[in-house]
Design a protein. Structure first.
Length: 245
C-alpha cells in the first residue's frame, strides 16, 4: 500500500510540474567560405543557370558552374587551367596596380603606364615610385637578368619545392610563402581563395581595358577616368569618331 501511495503521489507531482522548455537550437552559422562551395553554391546566372556540368562540383574557388566549351571536362586539363588562371590573376592584380600608381604620383610626372617603362633609357633611369635612389634602374639588360633569375628561383621553389618547403601545393604553397599565416584557419582560407580569384578575374578584365584604352585614346586609365567624369555624355561620340577615323 505504501508503494502504491508513493507511486500515486509521483504521478500527481509529475502532472503538476511545469514542463521544461526544450532549449531552442540556433542554426549553426555558416563559416566564411562555405556558401561559395558545393552543390548549393551561387551559379553564374543565378536561378536561370540550370544544372551545372557534372564535373563541376563546386570543389574549387570560383566555380560558378559555367563551362560551355567543356574546357574543364578532363581532370588533368582542369587542374592545369586552374593553376594558370590563378597565377595570371595574381599577375593581373599586380599589373593593374602598377598601371595606376605611376599616373597618380607627382614624382613620376603622372606618366601613363605605357610610357613609364621607357624612362629606363633616360639619363636618370627609372626611380621607382618617383623616389630618387629607391631602386634606380638604368640598365634594361641588368633589370631583365635580375628579374629572370629571381622569378626562376621563386617559380622553381613553388613548383618543385626547395629551401622554402618541399611537397608544396603549386597554387597555394603556404609555409614560407604565407608569412602572415593567412591560411592557418581553413574557413578563412576558403573565403580568401574566393576573394582572390574574383578580384583576379576582375583585374584581368581591367588589364584588357587598359590595353584597349591606350590603343584607342593614347591615354592612361586615370586620365581616361577624369575625362569620363568631366563629360560622361560625350565619350561614346568621341570613341565612335576615333574608331571611324
Amino acid at each position: 500500500m505504501v508503494v502504491l501511495a508513493l507511486s500515486a503521489l509521483q504521478v500527481v507531482a509529475a502532472k503538476k510540474a511545469p514542463a521544461k522548455k526544450s532549449a531552442s537550437k540556433k542554426p549553426a552559422k555558416k563559416s566564411g567560405g562555405v556558401e561559395w562551395y558545393g552543390p548549393n553554391r551561387p551559379l553564374f546566372l543565378g536561378p536561370l543557370s540550370g544544372p551545372p556540368p557534372t564535373y563541376l562540383k563546386g570543389e574549387f574557388a570560383g566555380d560558378y558552374g559555367w563551362d560551355t566549351s567543356g574546357l574543364s571536362a578532363d581532370p588533368e586539363t582542369f587542374a592545369r587551367y586552374r593553376e594558370i588562371e590563378v597565377i595570371h590573376a595574381r599577375w593581373a592584380m599586380l599589373g593593374a596596380l602598377g598601371c595606376v600608381v605611376p599616373e597618380l604620383l607627382d614624382g613620376t610626372n603622372h606618366l601613363p603606364w605605357f610610357k613609364a617603362g621607357a624612362q629606363i633609357f633616360s639619363d636618370e633611369g627609372i626611380n621607382y615610385l618617383g623616389v630618387p635612389g629607391l631602386i634606380g634602374a638604368k640598365s634594361i639588360l641588368a633589370t631583365l637578368i635580375v628579374q629572370v633569375v629571381l622569378m626562376s628561383f621563386v617559380e622553381g621553389y613553388r613548383v618543385n619545392g626547395g629551401p622554402a618547403g618541399t611537397g608544396l601545393d603549386s597554387v597555394y604553397p603556404g609555409e614560407a610563402f604565407d608569412p602572415l599565416g593567412l591560411a592557418d584557419d581553413p574557413d578563412s582560407f576558403a573565403e580568401l581563395r574566393v576573394k582572390e580569384i574574383k578580384n583576379g578575374r576582375l583585374a584581368m578584365v581591367s588589364m584588357l581595358g587598359f590595353f584597349v584604352q591606350a590603343i584607342v585614346t593614347g591615354k592612361g586609365p586615370i586620365e581616361n577616368l577624369n575625362d569620363h567624369l568631366a563629360a560622361p555624355g560625350n565619350n561614346l561620340w568621341a570613341l565612335s569618331a576615333t574608331l571611324a577615323n
